[in-house]
Design a protein around this ligand. Structure first.
Ligand SMILES: [Fe+2]
Length: 672
């Protein structure tokens, strides 16, 4: 039985369902295909429409899943959605009340319409199944875990009525043991605190990265006034029933000054982050202590809060569990898988975990060797590429000499972590590599640590892994201490508190990446690599060959490895010759001309039309050139048609390309 699982809202590619629709509304759009209890394809829509954390209906993701699996939409036995129908429709009613111009269509109609319009497929009511949100989170985690009987904790911002649910999973079913209503949301508590640091939804991991720089003592009293721990794993958040902002009023009363976006962090902010993280850990451990004692079972942890790898490390070291499992996409994208598992059960073919899933690489591949070679060849005006007999050996040699590499192989990973198929890799030893990679690629906050990947054979000699607790280190889910004597050796991946978010690569799951770590170790004596996601600060993780090359050309990465090919730049940075590349708009690119009110005063901007999308000013010359974009002409052709442009325009365009306002790619057919 083939089930298509879906997450996301119902917005089309180039606009939103309703104006100002926040990306928190039915977020983390994704599609997956589950066949007989096994995920055979899964990808988040953001990787394909190139909008970070997009919530748009996962049309690209559905197409890619079908293509990867080699099936057509008519082969699909059921479609599963990751929330309950009545909850979705009630939420949509709020939108429709605010925006009377939006047609009143409900979730069932919207989903069926998408399949009718885009796939010419009549999805019947009996094939469309809506899954309770936390059941979906729980099921995805349980099915990946391979654990036949477990305690399951799901924590997120909110599901339907709840923000937390505890289950016993076993004998083919989920038995609910407890739930924690939406007004006790630990996910929202953490998000509210994150917002007081100038961040937004989806940035919670940044506060987690900041926390080790602070002293929780400064705000411990203030945070402890926000909650009350009660018997049997219960807790209250105070005064959450009346104040939607769970954290702000108390903190402001205690003299805390929120950070405005872009401002530098003060010690006050670091201490605040430390106290927020400590509070989350304290309440979650209170909940878990009760249920661990009550059930004595291993733990499966799911929901967005399970991406808090510092918390997961605390759980691991708590001694409460003999085994802890965390799903690689425990946020809402992963709930699409759980919904598919639940739908299979409803349609008569339930399944229960077999073997532990050791890989998250269930996304679309880069293509066949010929396809990859042809596409790289199409970029030949700006790159050189050579096929290597042993790319791993070549890459390990470059890494050992200090190069920073983009590394793209095979199928993309499902979830927010790059685990060796869409990674940037570097020598983990020099501490300065942290700043260097931030400067050359990420342009991000310097406090955020990079993660190490190592082998099973070397892990225990570098990291303090509790011997008595089994955990899945395949997916970078746990922060653990770096052994004290090894910290100087791992300068670029050891956080300020002596910890690291470890990945142990399994040779059976990713032989090539495992071999790269081993080969680097043979050259340097350190079988560990720095492994961070392959993207810049303006985009989701790369997916296709064009994404990979674009990221390579708009950052200062030293080399690029794509499958067996080693790629060099023919130009450095802004010196690149863009003339042979086709200049296109993305579906969300908009040009804006503003009249300032004074006669003759006009300004020009380019913007990306989605919630929180960026805007940049344009010179009149580039605005005029962009106004002539037709989707087929190269930059050089557009310049010639315009009769030339000022010397500053190529640089300005390169800046827009770096920020992904436009695309620049070779013509679709490879050059001869
Ligand atoms: Fe969720």
């Amino acid at each position: 039985m083939l089930i298509l699982g879906l997450s996301g809202n119902f917005s089309p590619a180039g606009a939103d369902l309703a104006p100002f629709m926040p990306d928190q509304l039915f977020h983390h759009s994704a599609a997956c295909l589950v066949r007989d209890g096994v995920v055979i394809a899964a990808v988040e829509e953001e990787r394909l429409n190139r909008i970070k954390r997009t919530a748009k209906f996962p049309l690209h993701a559905i197409r890619e899943c079908l293509a990867v699996a080699g099936v057509s939409i008519t082969d699909v036995d059921g479609v599963a959605f990751y929330f309950r129908e009545d909850y979705v429709d009630t939420t949509l009613n709020f939108l429709y009340a605010l925006f009377p111009q939006v047609p009143t269509l409900y979730s069932r109609q919207l989903i069926k319409r998408w399949f009718a319009d885009e796939f010419a497929w009549a999805l019947t009511d009996e094939k469309l199944i809506f899954a309770p949100h936390h059941d979906a989170h729980a099921m995805s985690t349980v099915m990946y875990s391979g654990i036949p009987e477990s305690l399951v904790l799901v924590l997120d911002g909110r599901g339907e009525e709840n923000s937390g649910t505890v289950y016993r999973a076993g004998e083919g079913r989920l038995e609910k043991l407890a739930d924690y209503p939406a007004f006790k949301s630990l996910g929202m508590l953490y998000l509210n605190a994150t917002q007081l640091l100038g961040y937004g939804f989806g940035d919670e991991y940044k506060m987690m990265g900041l926390a080790p720089y602070g002293d929780p003592e400064t705000y411990r009293d203030a945070f402890s006034s926000l909650y009350l721990l009660r018997d049997k794993g219960e807790y209250d958040l105070l005064p959450s029933m009346v104040v939607p902002d769970l954290v702000g009023p108390t903190m402001l009363a205690r003299g805390f000054t929120p950070r405005r976006k872009g401002e530098p962090f003060t010690q006050q902010h670091r201490d605040f982050a430390a106290a927020a993280q400590e509070t989350l850990e304290l309440i979650v451990m209170h909940v878990l202590a009760h249920w661990a004692e009550e059930t004595g079972l291993p733990l499966c942890f799911g929901g967005g809060v399970a991406h808090n790898s510092s918390l997961n490390g605390v759980i691991l070291r708590s001694g409460l569990f003999k085994e802890v499992f965390v799903h690689p996409a425990s946020h809402d994208a992963g709930a699409s898988e759980g919904a598919a598992f639940l739908a299979a059960g409803q349609l008569g073919v339930g399944s229960w975990p077999g073997r532990r899933v050791r890989t998250a690489s269930v996304g679309p591949p880069l293509g066949s060797e010929a396809q990859v070679r042809d596409r790289l060849a199409a970029w030949r005006t700006v790159i050189d590429c050579d096929r290597q007999d042993d790319i791993v050996d070549v890459a390990a040699g470059l890494l050992a000499k200090g190069s920073v590499l983009g590394w793209a192989q095979g199928r993309s990973e499902f979830g927010p972590r790059a685990l060796g198929n869409r990674s940037i890799v570097a020598d983990p030893r020099p501490k300065e590599n942290q700043d260097r990679i931030n400067r050359m690629v990420k342009k991000r906050e310097s406090f955020r640590p990079f993660a190490p990947v190592t082998t099973g054979a070397a892990a225990a000699s570098y990291f303090d892994l509790p011997a008595e607790v089994a955990a899945n280190h395949d997916f970078m889910s746990f922060v653990v201490p770096v052994r004290e004597e090894r910290r100087p050796e791992l300068g670029a991946v050891t956080h300020v508190d002596g910890t690291a978010r470890i990945q142990i690569v399994d040779p059976a799951a990713n032989a090539r990446f495992h071999r790269l770590v081993v080969a680097f170790g043979e050259r340097t004596g350190t079988p560990v690599l720095l492994n961070t996601s392959f993207n810049n600060n303006a985009e989701p993780i790369v997916q296709t060959v064009d994404d990979v090359v674009t990221c390579f050309l708009t950052t200062d990465l030293d080399y690029l490895v794509v499958e067996d090919f080693l790629v060099h730049k023919r130009f450095m940075g802004r010196g690149i010759d863009l003339t042979a590349l086709v200049l296109r708009f993305r579906p969300v690119t908009r040009l804006v001309e503003r009249f300032a009110g004074e006669p003759g005063v006009v300004t020009h901007e380019i913007t990306l039309d989605y919630f929180g999308g960026p805007t940049a000013p344009l010179s009149p010359s580039l605005y005029a050139l962009l106004s002539a974009v037709d989707g087929t002409s190269t930059f050089g052709e557009l310049v010639r048609a315009a009769g030339g442009v000022p010397d500053s325009v190529p640089d300005e365009l390169y800046g827009l390309w770096q920020q992904r306002f436009v695309t620049l790619t070779p013509p679709l057919k490879a050059c001869s």
